[in-house]
Design a protein around this ligand. Sequence first.
Ligand code: DGL
Length: 270
Amino acid sequence: MDKNAPIGVFDSGVGGLTVAREIIRQMPMERLVYFGDTARVPYGTKSQDTVIRYSRQIIRFLRTKEVKAIVIACNTATACALETVEKDLDIPIIGVIHAGAKAAVEATKNGKIGIIGTEATIRSGVYTELMKEMNPDIEVTGKPCPLFVPLVEEGLLHDSVTDEIAGRYLAALKEKYIDTLVMGCTHYPLLRSTLGRLMGEDVTLINPAYETARELSGLLKEKGLACSETGEGEKYQFYVSDMAERFKDFATAILPGEVKETKKINIEEY
Ligand code: DGL
């Protein structure tokens, strides 16, 4: 396997750009091919079978780009599909849940952890399962926050409407006296300041995007796959299944440099 090949990163849409941003920050040498499934977003309200089918198609597409490893930069797709799709692959694949769960277990002092995410992620129980494997005494409370994704996509990051909704969602977690909160959905790190203010400074916020980039860096080194040269051509390639222009604007707002091109493909062909 060519260690200078790109890393494939995918998400149901724009949210996974928070993971791509961390990979770019922590591993500036690496090349990326990002796919955002903007035609079929959201995944958070879909069944497990559907998310597995979508993930398989995207992995087939990414393999045509000869990626050396794949990151499922979506909590919902990780929760629903990682365990199934990893069985078919001969290249490394990671999701965003393991690293976030580990960081939360390490951070908590009182053993009470909260997780917020989409309905599918919370329903899957994958975060809880992993944390309990790491420490059976941990008490985990999950809370789906379905309105956060549309609020972020509408750009309402600092808005009284977001405050009001977040206050209601977080009340259930405050009652449990959690001291650690996992932002278990790609969009939520963009609400970090609101979530931090409402939970108070005694609660540690865990960003799985950051933790996943760290995990990926360790994995690439361990497998001898870390990129060693700058290479030629576009370093970052972006593909979507719909609304390429809208995606490009969002990506430019989130990533360190300007995203000059985003290509639309028909993912159903894969
Ligand atoms: N990317 C999804 C996640 O992290 C959120 C958006 C969706 O529901 O597809 O769970």
